[in-house]
Design a protein around this ligand. Structure first.
Ligand SMILES: Cc1cc2nc3c(=O)[nH]c(=O)nc-3n(C[C@H](O)[C@H](O)[C@H](O)COP(=O)(O)OP(=O)(O)OC[C@H]3O[C@@H](n4cnc5c(N)ncnc54)[C@H](O)[C@@H]3O)c2cc1C
Length: 384
C-alpha cells in the first residue's frame, strides 16, 4: 500500500553530502525526508573513499569549501558531542618543477585564508615519508590536513537530522519525480510518496539519472577509482597522505596497512566496483620511481577495493538551484572531493532552500549554468 507523506524538503541520497544537507536543513527548522536507495548510510561512494581531507587547494573557492569543512569536522566533538574521526595526520605534496611556482602562489592563497601550510626542504619532507627527490620541484605540508571517518561523519549528520525531526528511509530508491505548476514536487520511492516544496539532488554518481526523472539535465558520470592495500604491518611507521604530482600516485597509512591509489588515465566512465588488478601493477611501477621501497611492500588483495568518483566535465561540483526549476537543488558531482567538503556543501544547500539563494560565499564556479555557457569544458583530474 502506498504511504503518503508531506515534507518541506526531500533529500535524495544518504551519502556524506545528503546527510550533511539533511542536518543543516532540519536544524533550520525544515521538515526533511531523506530517501536512500541502499541499505544504510554512506553505502555509495562515501563509504568507499580514501577519507583524506585537505585545505591545500589552488583556488579560493575550494580552499574555503575545504577549510570550513575541516574545521567543522574538527569541531564536531565540541559542537555535537561526537568524534567523526578527524585526525590531523597531515598531507605531503611532492610537486613537479613545472608546477612549483604555481604551488608557491597556492601556498600564499591558502595562508591568506588561514590554512596552515609549510614549504619543506626535501630532507624535512623525507623525514615524514621516504621518497626519491629526483625530478621534483619542491614539497609542501599541510599539518591540519589529514583524514576523517566518512561512515562516522555521515551517520552523525543523519542522527543530528533525526534529532531535529528528519525521517530517513533506507532501501527507498526514488523511481519517479513529478513537478507541479506551483513548483512543488511529488517524489515516489518504494512504497512511499512524498509531497514537498524542495528536492535536493544528493545522489552522487547517480545524480544525472535522478535529475532525468524530473526532466532535468545534470552532467555527472561514474568513474571508477581503486584503492590498493598492503598486508598489515608492511611499513615500519605510519605515513601521512603523500601525493606525488609527477606520477599521480598517492598513499597513506590506515591502521597497520598502507593504502595507495592513482587515477587510471584511460578509465572508461560507468559504474563498476570490481578492482582493476592490471592497473595495480602499472601503478606500482609508476609509484616505485618516487617511492622505491614500494616494490618490497607485501600486498593483500583482500584489503583492496574500488568505488566511483562522481565526475562532472570540469571535475568541479554542481551546487545550487536548477535555473529551470528553482525548487530543485543540486548538490552533486564533487568529483572526488565530496567527503572533504560535505559539511560546507550541506550548509550551503540549507542556505539555498531557506533564503532562495547562496550568498554567504561566491559559488558561481559551481553553478550548473556554466556547462551551458562553456563551449569547451576544462577537464582536469583533481585527485587526492
Ligand atoms: C576510491 C575513492 C577514493 C576517494 N577519496 C576521497 C578522498 O580522499 N576525499 C574526498 O573528499 N573524497 C574522496 N572520494 C570521493 C567521495 O567519496 C565522493 O566525492 C563523496 O562520497 C560524494 O558524496 P555523495 O554523498 O555525493 O555521494 P554518495 O556517497 O555516492 O551518495 C549518494 C547516494 O545516493 C543514493 N542514490 C542514488 N540514486 C538514488 C535513487 N534513485 N534513490 C535514492 N537514493 C539514490 C546512492 O545509493 C548513494 O548512497 C573518493 C571516492 C572513491 C571512490
Amino acid at each position: 500500500m502506498t504511504q503518503r507523506e508531506a515534507a518541506d524538503v526531500v533529500v535524495i541520497g544518504a551519502g556524506a553530502i545528503g546527510a550533511s544537507a539533511a542536518h543543516h536543513l532540519a536544524a533550520a527548522g525544515r521538515r526533511v525526508v531523506v530517501l536512500e536507495a541502499l541499505h544504510g548510510p554512506a553505502a555509495g561512494s562515501t563509504g568507499r573513499s580514501f577519507a583524506s581531507i585537505r585545505g591545500q587547494w589552488a583556488d579560493e573557492l575550494n580552499i574555503e569549501m575545504s577549510w570550513r569543512s575541516i574545521r567543522a569536522f574538527r569541531d564536531f566533538p565540541e559542537r555535537h558531542g561526537v568524534d567523526v574521526g578527524y585526525r590531523p595526520s597531515g598531507y605531503l605534496l611532492l610537486v613537479s618543477p613545472e608546477l612549483w611556482d604555481a604551488q608557491l602562489r597556492a601556498v600564499d592563497l591558502q595562508r591568506a585564508h588561514g590554512v596552515p601550510v609549510d614549504v619543506l626542504s626535501f630532507d624535512e619532507a623525507r623525514a615524514i615519508t621516504p621518497f626519491s627527490a629526483e625530478g621534483l620541484g619542491g614539497t609542501t605540508w599541510g599539518p591540519a590536513d589529514g583524514v576523517v571517518d566518512p561512515h562516522l561523519a555521515t551517520s552523525a549528520y543523519l542522527d543530528l537530522a533525526r534529532r531535529d525531526g528528519a525521517i530517513v528511509r533506507f532501501r527507498h530508491p526514488v523511481r519517479s519525480v513529478d513537478r507541479h505548476e506551483d513548483g512543488s514536487w511529488t517524489v515516489t520511492a518504494g512504497p512511499t510518496t512524498v509531497q514537498c516544496q524542495h528536492v535536493v539532488n544528493a545522489a552522487g554518481g547517480w545524480a544525472g539519472e535522478v535529475a532525468a526523472l524530473a526532466g532535468l539535465d545534470v552532467p555527472v558520470v561514474h568513474s571508477r577509482r581503486n584503492v590498493y592495500s598492503s598486508a598489515p604491518g608492511a611499513v615500519a611507521r605510519p605515513l601521512p597522505m603523500t601525493v606525488d604530482f609527477t606520477s599521480g600516485v598517492y598513499l597513506r597509512s590506515e591502521g597497520p596497512r598502507l593504502l595507495f591509489g592513482g587515477a587510471r588515465p584511460d578509465e572508461d566512465d560507468g559504474y563498476r566496483t570490481d578492482v582493476d588488478w592490471p592497473w595495480m601493477e602499472q601503478l606500482l611501477e609508476l609509484g616505485a620511481r618516487r617511492f622505491p621501497w614500494l616494490v618490497d611492500v607485501p600486498l593483500d588483495r583482500s584489503g583492496c577495493w574500488a568505488g566511483t568518483y562522481e565526475n562532472t566535465p570540469d571535475r568541479h561540483g554542481i551546487l545550487g538551484a536548477d535555473p529551470s526549476a528553482p525548487t530543485w537543488v543540486n548538490a552533486c558531482g564533487f568529483s572526488g572531493h565530496g567527503v572533504m567538503q560535505a559539511p560546507e556543501i550541506g550548509r550551503l544547500v540549507a542556505e539555498q532552500v531557506t533564503t532562495g539563494a547562496i550568498e554567504s560565499i561566491d559559488v558561481d564556479a559551481l553553478r550548473i549554468e556554466r556547462f551551458a555557457a562553456a563551449s569547451e569544458h576544462r577537464s582536469v583530474e583533481l585527485v587526492f
